[in-house]
Design a protein around this ligand. Structure first.
Ligand code: C2E
Ligand code: MG
Ligand code: MG
Ligand code: MG
Length: 284
């Protein structure tokens, strides 16, 4: 802690910054150990077609199964993992787990749907490593690349769009599709968006939550669906929790949904059990 605060000295370090740095370091050490012990797994959340009610995909979401802290959600460790570069190693574990389970389910005759894995902006920045990570996971698991999708948040896509477009193209040339996650939260320029060779837009759940009561959210969701249609993109609404959400989305022509109405993110064995039960929603 810098104690001199007289003229000409500046405070490099205050108590709060110090505490935060110590916490980050401690978290970093815990993450390293957790990576060595392979404590990260993928949970799976299904995506369902609004009209047919059938499974159309699933998203793999990172979970840290910590022996000391139990099930740790990604919000508690992804930011530190990104800051410290440990995100790559965690992504390797999640991507491999996701591809391995998906391949096993396909081989078992369960729905032949793709799995989507979240990729951070930092990973998009280092495209050589990302392509290698993807290549390794596909090779190790034998999953057909057409069943792998990568999700890039709108804000990281728009931080360096030229680079992001180039990476999305490389992935597409390898047979791996991309989608834009948390759409509506990242200030896209439409002229930039239309240059992304992506498959899906995922409408952020902050717009879905009040869609049946807030006229502005309803208008925004309608506009996003119309725009996706105009750009020939599939659209997935995130955070669909109620029948009212679903009725609204069906009414405005949304393709597919993901959310607690169908299922929370599930451990692999529970996702498999859900697949075995058949279509999770009635056709409309
Ligand atoms: P996301 O990719 O937008 O994932 C959706 C989040 O919304 C998940 O939170 C999911 O559990 C939650 N969710 C899904 N349906 C509902 C619903 O109906 N209602 C509500 N209230 N929430 C719902 P989760 O699993 O905590 O993940 C949070 C974020 O962490 C993800 O947002 C993603 O950005 C990031 N993340 C997760 N896994 C990974 C990963 O492997 N790598 C990277 N880079 N980021 C990840
Ligand atoms: Mg996502
Ligand atoms: Mg999202
Ligand atoms: Mg999100």
């Amino acid at each position: 802690r810098a104690k001199a605060q007289g003229p000409g000295s500046f405070q490099l370090f205050n108590e709060e910054m110090g505490q935060r740095a110590v916490q980050t370091l401690a978290m970093q050490a815990r993450l390293r150990r957790a990576i060595e012990n392979q404590e990260f797994v993928a949970y799976f959340q299904p995506q369902v077609d609004v009209r047919t009610g059938a499974f159309v995909g699933m998203e793999a979401l990172a979970r840290w199964l910590s022996p000391e802290r139990g099930l740790v959600p990604p919000g508690d460790f992804i930011p530190v993992a990104e800051e410290t570069g440990l995100i790559d190693a965690i992504c390797d574990l999640v991507l491999n787990d996701a591809c391995r389970w998906t391949k096993a389910w396909h081989d078992a005759g369960l729905p032949q749907v793709p799995v989507a894995v979240n990729i951070s902006g930092r990973q998009f920045h280092n495209s050589r490593r990302l392509m290698q990570t993807v290549e390794d996971a596909l090779e190790r698991t034998g999953l057909d690349p057409r069943f792998l999708e990568l999700e890039l948040t709108e804000s990281s896509a728009m931080t360096d769009p030229e680079n992001a477009i180039a990476v999305v193209r490389k992935l597409r040339d390898r047979g791996v599709a991309s989608s834009i996650d948390d759409f509506g939260t990242g200030y896209s320029s439409l002229s930039v968006l239309k240059r992304f060779p992506i498959r899906k837009l995922k409408i952020d759940r902050s717009f879905v939550r009040d869609v049946t009561t807030d006229a502005n959210d309803a208008a925004i969701v309608c506009a996003m669906i119309a725009m996706a249609a105009a750009l020939n993109l599939k659209v997935v609404a995130e955070g669909v929790e109620t029948d009212e959400h679903l009725d609204f989305l069906h009414g405005v022509g949304c393709d597919s949904i993901q959310g607690y109405l169908v299922a929370k993110p599930l451990p692999a064995t529970e996702m498999e059990a859900l697949f075995r039960q058949g279509s999770p929603l009635k056709p409309r």
